[in-house]
Write a protein that binds this ligand. Structure first.
Ligand code: F6P
Length: 372
């Protein structure tokens, strides 16, 4: 009997998803396999909403952004149904079996890998492909979506330079990335930002202000500050670390819940952080400051050539893995090659920017401030 492959895309969309679907789908079809695409991530699999993908669906999508399958952030074990959170893993497993699937391929980030791994533990054959503009998936050199987003953010910084220069202003540009600062760092270095603030290197606002003032003293009356949305002050980082460490050690349920609430409150306080930073820098430096939030622009539109290449080769490598019967893995990028990495080595970990990463060191050599 022909092999039956299910595919879904989950988590935030990104450029390159259609290229990956095409890479998997066309290769699978050429090997006589049947491909079913489930709509809107794990929710579509749970609700049994699907489309049979043939070469007609798979043609003309390489250069398209987003995902033809649609996506959602729904989790199999925590699905929101009529206002309640319900574990729908069994329904998902039933649908998997009713389609006689040999494998479910999940294209997604760290959260998707975790959800897929849970399904694998329930006996389903799963494979994941690493996608996210954040580039924070553990176990892969890079994830598709990152290169395109990097180009968009760099172009934005290039454009912001001329207006910052003309008005002698500070421009704070907020770049996506909650816990990992790869995008802000990469865009900041490639775009020549004067300060780069990332979650991995907590900042002191006075240090950032002083770096801007020192530029002013040298006759440079404008500055670009590239900041990751999850960048935090030293003070905030200290409070969060303390709470997280307490939570790690705490066994008692009531105390754990209190700590979780406190952590949530802290995150709420963090909202609007970049606007506050921009306003504060204005006060501290006496220079006008403006905030630009790049937001979902970074996830939209046509994928770069590098992302199309990466998504395509990981997609075709995924079919090799299916043919060899290697499941419970993420198809990771390793240089020009790929490697199936067991999901238990990937989940619950994040690939963060090391403080001695070459991009950080080069930026420091050039005098870029990290606010530390
Ligand atoms: O997919 C990753 C990401 O783009 C993060 O960089 C960002 O913080 C988050 O998704 C935004 O999520 P949403 O699109 O659900 O608002």
């Amino acid at each position: 009997m022909e092999k039956q492959i299910g595919i879904l895309t989950a988590g935030g969309d990104c450029p390159g998803l259609n290229a990956a679907i095409r890479g998997i789908g066309k290769t699978a079809v050429s090997h006589g396999m049947q491909v079913i695409g489930f709509k809107d991530g794990f929710r579509g699999l749970m609700e049994n909403r699907y489309v049979r993908l043939d070469n007609g669906h798979l043609s003309g999508i390489l250069a398209q952004g987003g995902t033809l399958l649609g996506t959602s952030r729904d989790k199999p074990h925590k699905m929101l149904l009529g206002g309640n959170t319900v574990d729908m893993t069994n329904v998902i497993a039933e649908n998997y079996h009713s389609h006689h699937l040999d494998v479910l391929v999940c294209l997604g980030g760290g959260g998707t890998a975790k959800n897929a791994y849970k399904l694998h533990q329930k006996g389903l054959n799963v494979i994941t492909l690493p996608k996210t503009i954040d580039n924070d998936i553990f176990g892969t050199d890079v994830s598709f979506g990152f290169d395109t987003a990097l180009h968009i953010a760099v172009e934005a910084i290039d454009r912001l330079h001329s207006t910052a220069h003309s008005h002698h202003r500070i421009i704070v540009v907020e770049i996506m990335g909650h816990r990992a600062g790869w995008l802000a760092l990469g865009a900041g270095v490639a775009g020549g930002a004067d300060a780069i603030l990332i979650p991995e290197i907590p900042y002191d606002i006075n240090v950032v202000a002083e770096s801007i003032l020192s530029r002013s003293r040298r006759g440079k009356r404008f500055s670009i500050v590239a900041i990751a949305e999850g960048a935090v002050s030293k003070e905030f980082a200290e409070k969060r670390n303390t709470l997280e460490n307490e939570l790690d050690k705490e066994k008692e349920k009531a105390k754990r819940n209190r700590l979780k609430r406190e952590l949530k409150d802290l995150e709420v306080q963090h909202a609007g952080n970049t606007l506050k930073l921009s306003q504060e820098l204005e006060k501290l430096t006496g220079l006008e400051s403006r905030l630009t939030i790049l937001g979902h622009l970074q996830r939209g539109g046509t994928p770069s050539a590098a992302d199309r290449l990466l998504a395509t080769r990981l997609g075709t490598a995924c079919v090799d893995s299916i043919r060899e019967g290697i499941f419970g893995v993420m198809i990771a990028a390793r240089g020009d090659h790929s490697k199936p990495v067991p999901l238990d080595k990937v989940v619950n970990k994040l690939k963060l920017v090391p403080s001695d990463h070459p991009w950080v060191l080069s930026a420091r050599d050039l005098g870029t401030s990290f606010g530390d």
